[in-house]
Write a protein that binds this ligand. Structure first.
Ligand SMILES: [Fe+2]
Length: 433
């Protein structure tokens, strides 16, 4: 049953059995992979907790095209990167102050926490639209998109990593001393779909075949057709974001309410994907649970630990120290380094991430959520529908229904998308000179 005590549907067991039956010698090979992945996780957890925040790669925007193959490999394996100085500090700070003003002058804006709003249901303010259309930010996302590749080497008209698209999301201005409990470790962009949708599952087939070390989180195959939202649950993205990200509008460092990540996307994917196929035979509270010998194959239950029913669909994976003990989350969730206004943080769409519960800094921590979205058929289709929402200042298709922003002070128009790269990314016609 899930964390709320609801039993999983019987088809979840059918799904596990169907997957197991589709890979030769599943039981033996998956058991061997499970043991190896756990051994690697033990080593990784010791290494990463010693290094801490510096484990997260940091690069300058101006140097993106000069990075060595080793540096690129490191960024890919860690699945996250801080890109500095994409936008001028003054511009980013001006956006923050405009957002502050917009929140103040428009009554009735929805947000959380209810009694002291810091995360807002706003998508189309001028700073957000201008930031999404910023050519340097869009170029940074193209660079991120190109960390992916098509291993099949088949050229396709349906995908172009060099064309950036936008995904309208929200922003936060988090106050000093605020406590946030609503972003514990989790993965976005697909819950049970990672196993249930055959195309999405393809992304993880080397793990399921037992050859987990050959898993390539950057292989486009599978990603393009993956359906990350089979149940249309609000807040569940239907687009393929190569990396999720936020642009900082403030000086924010570790302990100041910033992002934390599990910085090894290969290991976390291998463990997360194999986890439903194993169950412990030692008590959860005993240290014996860490020994792979105390786990056995589970093709008898409906359990998908870390997934739970929500709003007519599913939420998660939300790994916890109890459900996923070998991730050693207390040691391995690393805060991203200090960022300044105009720096951005990006994390691969499979990366486990969370937000620090406490903010002990001296200034508000403000970010706009802006991911990297390549041109694909599914993404382009979404961008068209998103554009229609923009023109009416309505909430974008993937998000909770609610009042439109039309009529609010500070809402953007198409004129705020002031360059061709931005217009194309928004699905707007390119101006003819
Ligand atoms: Fe998230």
């Amino acid at each position: 049953m899930d964390k709320n005590g609801h039993p999983f549907p019987p088809r979840f067991l059918d799904l596990k059995r169907e997957i197991a039956a589709s890979f030769p010698d599943f039981k033996e090979r998956a058991t061997q992979a499970w043991k190896e992945v756990i051994e690697e996780l033990v080593k990784f957890s010791e290494k990463v907790s010693e290094v801490g925040t510096n484990y997260i790669p940091q690069v300058e925007y101006a140097e993106l095209d000069e990075l060595s193959p080793d540096e690129l490999e490191m960024i890919k394996r860690r699945g996250c990167v801080v890109i500095r100085d994409i936008v001028d500090d003054e511009r980013a700070i001006a956006w923050r102050e405009t957002l502050r003003e917009i929140v103040k002058v428009n009554p009735g804006i929805e947000g959380v926490p209810e009694n002291d709003k810091q995360f807002f249901q706003l998508y189309w303010t001028k700073p957000q639209v201008q930031a999404r259309a910023d050519p340097k930010l869009l170029k940074a996302t193209v660079w991120l998109n190109h960390l992916y590749h098509d291993k099949s080497q088949q050229k396709s008209d349906n995908v172009d990593l060099s064309i950036p698209l936008t995904y309208a999301d929200r922003f936060r201005i988090r106050k000093v001393d605020s406590k946030w409990g609503f972003h514990p470790p989790h993965i976005d962009g697909g819950t049970i779909e990672r196993w249930e949708d055959p195309a999405f599952r393809k992304c993880f087939e080397t793990i399921l075949s037992g050859d987990w070390g050959a898993h390539d989180p950057y292989n486009l195959q599978g990603r393009l057709d993956a359906r990350s939202s089979l149940y249309g649950r609000p807040n569940q993205s239907t687009v393929f974001r190569t990396f999720q990200g936020w642009l900082s509008m403030s000086e924010t460092g570790p302990t100041q309410g910033t992002l934390k990540v599990f910085p090894d996307v290969l290991l976390s994917n291998a463990y997360i994907i194999l986890r439903p196929f194993f169950k412990p035979v030692a008590p959860a509270e005993s240290s014996d649970i860490l020994d792979p010998k105390n786990w056995e194959i589970d093709l008898e239950t409906t359990e998908f630990p870390g997934i739970w029913a929500r709003d007519g669909g599913w939420a998660g994976p939300h790994p916890t120290p109890t459900s996923h003990p070998h991730l050693f989350l207390e040691k391995t969730m690393i805060s991203v380094p200090q960022v300044s206004p105009g720096d951005a943080v990006f994390w691969h769409c499979d990366v486990i991430h969370s937000v620090e519960e406490e903010h002990t800094g001296t200034e508000d921590s403000a970010v706009m959520y802006i991911p990297a979205v390549p041109f694909t058929e599914q993404n382009a289709d979404y961008v068209q529908r998103q554009k229609d929402c923009f023109l009416k200042a309505e909430r974008p298709p993937d998000f909770p229904k609610g009042p439109a922003e039309a009529g609010f002070v500070g809402v953007a128009t198409v004129n705020d998308v002031d360059n061709d790269l931005g217009r194309r990314a928004m699905g707007l016609p390119i101006a003819v000179a």
